[in-house]
Unconditional design. Structure first.
Length: 115
């Protein structure tokens, strides 16, 4: 795997780790009232989606246990009419989807860098 492909995976993992770290210091209730945190989380989720989009198809085809299309569409899932963000969805993605994605991306990174 080329260095740039590794960077896309690493970038997504870095954003997930940022979200994990920040999540430790907040609750859903606090998150729903903290505009700065909401925007930071939403931006990180968008970055994850964009990084996933850049992963080459040959990598995606080898690692079919990841729903690449779904994760690449995270931004579209979050943004609604006239650019409104559904922060309940952001929180749900961070809590329920990203931990599993991180583990899978780490496995892809390990597999691809040792070939």
């Amino acid at each position: 795997m080329s260095k740039s492909n590794i960077e896309f995976l690493r970038h997504a993992i870095d954003e997930i780790e940022f979200l994990e770290k920040e999540r430790e210091h907040t609750t859903e209730e606090k998150f729903m009232y903290d505009e700065l945190l909401q925007r930071a989380f939403a931006r990180s989720v968008e970055i994850i989606g964009e990084a996933i989009k850049q992963v080459p198809d040959m990598i995606k085809q080898k690692h079919t246990d990841i729903d690449w299309k779904s994760y690449a569409g995270l931004r579209d899932k979050l943004i609604h009419h006239y650019f409104g963000v559904d922060y309940a969805i952001v929180w749900d993605v961070v809590i329920h989807e990203l931990p599993d994605l991180k583990q899978k991306l780490l496995m892809v990174l390990q597999t691809e860098t040792h070939q």
